[in-house]
Design a binder for this molecule. Structure first.
Ligand code: NAG
Ligand code: NAG
Ligand code: NAG
Ligand code: NAG
Length: 477
């Protein structure tokens, strides 16, 4: 007995130790954006997260239907405040109080949302914003911190500011420094974060190094070692992620906060819409990154200390995102818009699994009518592709080589699905027709939209009804 007890105790101790070691590892979360017309219902997405044991999620807003779906899930949540709200929140303590009570306090209750972070703005220091938001960031944080204190949430929920990696620069990591015009704001911001025990949040995208610079050594963007390592004094860098991370560490060090914890707010690789955006590159990058993080190697400036948290960009494709940065913008998901795995990926808990109970529209597509002369179709295509997503048809896209007719059909179908398969949306002056045969060509998939009104809610109500009826029947004398 005593020996068995000892064994049990030992086993427990080992379990605890392993558990705490695991907890020291970087946890992989995901960004959940909703710029999409084909939107899975939030309960289906939350089930997808749970099924894949993804315990952390970063949102860009405080969408009530999403927060309601996350209630009781215990998933750690970061909500976001859009840049456009910063001015108001910086000037009005009352507005900050109202924002916290409407968008935070009401959800952070017993059995509610496990909200841990509030992202104040999204990349508000981005160079392309030309400084329009940057002066509001710290004052908005001060007001919000007061509001959180009043709501007794200040100890639990941390304010953070997602920064783009363009906030700092250097030719070598050890020379990292914040952009000169940001030094003062960054010093204020980082000392505020530090006094609240908040981490520094940064988005790192080696994909952009390749996309924007054809001379960038391809293998340096990935994690398989590089024929062009960066030699920085004693330190040698074999991948762009570590180099970028340590540039930030050096920049923080320069303003006196070299020990500040760092969270990766966004990191990922798109799968379509440009030459380097493809499935094999996305898989290589994301799996390489995850293995690198789970190895706990850290970086030359922070050996053995991986980022505190990492949020992959992104959970699902969003086909309404702006294509200003490039056509790849709509294809960042590790899952397609309908929650289907795009490529095998293991976040540390086994290979990802597809979403379940996805409600699709009927198996119907809109294609170009083969019996009509299609010479006058260009205006229809323009309209269709201004509303729906056609980015995969362009150079570097998965559907770039499907021919003229294929192009037209793809555009017609995308539009038809966005319009929830409304019959009139497949007319195009008689040039379109509905088909029940899947027109997909090779790897070029012609999509069928999902039904975004939560049928899962009605399913649940139905099953409750059944339970109620059964209960009444059973308890009847
Ligand atoms: C809650 O947040 C949303 C989006 O950030 C915003 O539109 C809304 O006004 C907020 N509620 C209040 C009361 O501020
Ligand atoms: C995918 O992208 C990688 C990275 O840029 C590139 O090296 C590779 O050739 C691409 N593969 C295909 C099939 O386009
Ligand atoms: C289909 O459209 C794309 C984007 O406009 C174009 O690059 C491609 O050449 C087109 N294919 C044909 C066969 O016209
Ligand atoms: C879903 O919405 C469509 C309109 O978009 C409506 O016609 C349909 O009845 C709705 N279905 C359910 C189950 O609510």
């Amino acid at each position: 007995m005593a020996v068995a007890d000892l064994n049990t105790a030992l086993a427990l101790l080992i379990l605890l130790l392993v558990g705490s070691l695991l907890q020291a590892e970087a946890d992989i979360g995901v960004n959940w954006g909703i710029l999409s017309t084909h939107r899975l219902s939030p309960p289906i997405v939350v089930d997808l997260l749970k099924e894949n044991r993804i315990g952390k999620v970063k949102l860009f807003d405080t969408d009530p239907s999403i927060l309601r779906a996350l209630m009781g899930s215990n998933i750690e949540v970061m909500v976001g405040i859009p840049n456009e709200m910063l001015e108001l929140l910086s000037s009005s303590p009352v507005a900050a109080d109202v924002w916290v009570s409407q968008n935070v306090s009401r959800y952070v209750v017993k059995g509610g949302v496990n909200m841990r972070y509030i992202a104040v703005g999204n990349e508000p220091f981005l160079t392309s914003y030309q400084g329009q938001f940057q002066s509001f960031v710290v004052p908005a944080m001060l007001n919000l911190q007061q509001s959180l204190s009043k709501a007794n949430l200040a100890g639990y929920i941390k304010l953070v500011v997602p920064c783009n990696a363009d906030a700092y620069e250097a030719s070598l990591p050890s020379q990292g420094a914040f952009r000169p015009e940001l030094t003062q704001i960054m010093t204020q911001l980082v000392s505020f974060l530090n006094s609240n025990g908040s981490p520094f949040l940064v988005n790192i995208y080696p994909f952009f190094n390749i996309y924007q610079n054809t001379d960038f050594p391809q293998d340096y963007a990935f994690f398989e070692g590089s024929t062009h390592p960066v030699v920085d004094g004693q330190n040698i860098y074999y991948n762009a992620f570590d180099g970028n991370f340590d540039t930030l560490v050096a920049a923080l060090n320069r303003i006196g906060f070299g020990q500040m914890p760092i969270v990766i707010g966004e990191v990922g690789w798109p799968t379509d819409g440009s030459f380097s955006a493809n499935l094999s590159a996305a898989r290589a990058f994301n799996q390489g990154l995850i293995n690198h993080l789970l190895s706990n190697k850290g970086t030359p400036l922070r050996p053995g200390v991986p980022p505190a948290d990492v949020f992959l960009f992104s959970l699902l494709d969003e086909e309404q995102k702006s294509t200003l940065p490039g056509n790849f913008e709509r294809h960042w998901g590790i899952f397609s818009f309908d929650g289907q795995v795009k490529y095998p990926l293991n976040l540390g808990n086994g290979i990802l699994k597809n979403a379940r109970d996805v409600q699709y529209l009927p198996s119907r597509w809109c294609v170009a009518n083969p019996f009509r002369d299609l010479t006058d179709v260009s205006n229809h295509i323009k309209l269709a592709c201004s509303v729906a997503d056609c980015t995969t048809l362009y150079y570097g896209g998965l559907c770039n080589a499907i021919g003229d007719k294929g192009n037209i059909s793809y555009a017609f179908n995308s539009y038809y699905q966005v319009q929830n398969q409304d019959e009139r949306s497949c007319d195009f002056d008689g040039l379109g027709m509905v088909t029940f045969l899947d027109p997909s060509i090779g790897d070029c998939h012609f999509l069928v939209g999902v039904n975004d009104n939560s049928s899962s809610t009605s399913c649940r109500i139905l099953s409750w009804l059944w339970v109620l009826i059964l209960w009444v029947l059973i308890s009847a004398p």
